[in-house]
Design a protein around this ligand. Sequence first.
Ligand SMILES: NCc1[nH]cc(CCC(=O)O)c1CC(=O)O
Length: 307
Amino acid sequence: MVSILLRLGTRGSPLALAQARQTQALLAGLLAIARERIEIRVIKTSGDMIRDRPLSDVGGKGLFTKEIERALEDGDIDIGVHSCKDMPTVLPDGLMLAGFLEREDVRDALIAPGIASFAELPQGAVVGTAALRRQAQVKHLRPDLQTVLFRGNVETRLRKLAEGQADATLLAVAGLKRLGLIAHASAILSEEDFLPAVGQGAICLETRADDGETNGHVAGIDHRDTHLAVRLERAFLAVLDGSCRTPIAGHAVVEGDAIRFRGLILKPDGSQVHEARRSGSVADAEALGRSAGEELRALGGEGFFAG
Ligand SMILES: NCc1[nH]cc(CCC(=O)O)c1CC(=O)O
């Protein structure tokens, strides 16, 4: 009988399971641990159960992570596998993000049957999206388009589109690829027009800070460039997300020891956008992120920030 060495906790959605299997394969491959010694445990989160409201109305961040973090704290699992995009900027005491898997494509895709590009969407077309960021970006580029709430996992949104609940939807390329559904994409949207959410396309591995053995394993599969980029992006987000109830986008790219970043805040109706850019050394990644966040916080002004 093989005794379990590592227990991975993940949501039960098909995407979350694909991410856990990818983590399991990397741990098995890079660390030469038998796959049977790495267990995947499915943990339902409140985000999976609340289906009918925008996540921003029910407390937003943390809904996909809280129950997994509790299992980590209770010692029921050793590693929480999360979409980095769904991860709050402040973690519970005693937990840490020990590593990141190599990032997938960070961009958003347009799914619109019979249409080949965003520009081709007819006047007044209806775009289904759950993310405030995507809604604001759609409205910024095309004030004539309508947006409707489109929640649920990737498969649910594709079904709603097929049922005619909207003319188009936007989904992360990363999720579509991991699910083998990228063929549904009508077009990949440019980062210039649709800057992704902080952490988009990256998988992060959360552990107990004092679990040296597990942290050693995770360090062995950690992807350096993804780790540095996401650290910058999350430092940027941390400056803004406490005070700012407005759409935020940001993406950092590492090249050797250099890192560059572009971040945005938008009004939810897309009528106004503020941008910050930074470049520097990877040694300063988090400081660069914070300073970009502070620049936007200072620019924000009326309409961007909650009282
Ligand atoms: N907000 C839901 C969510 N969280 C992570 C992904 C997949 C993309 C990723 O790994 O960043 C998605 C779906 C989507 O935005 O299309």
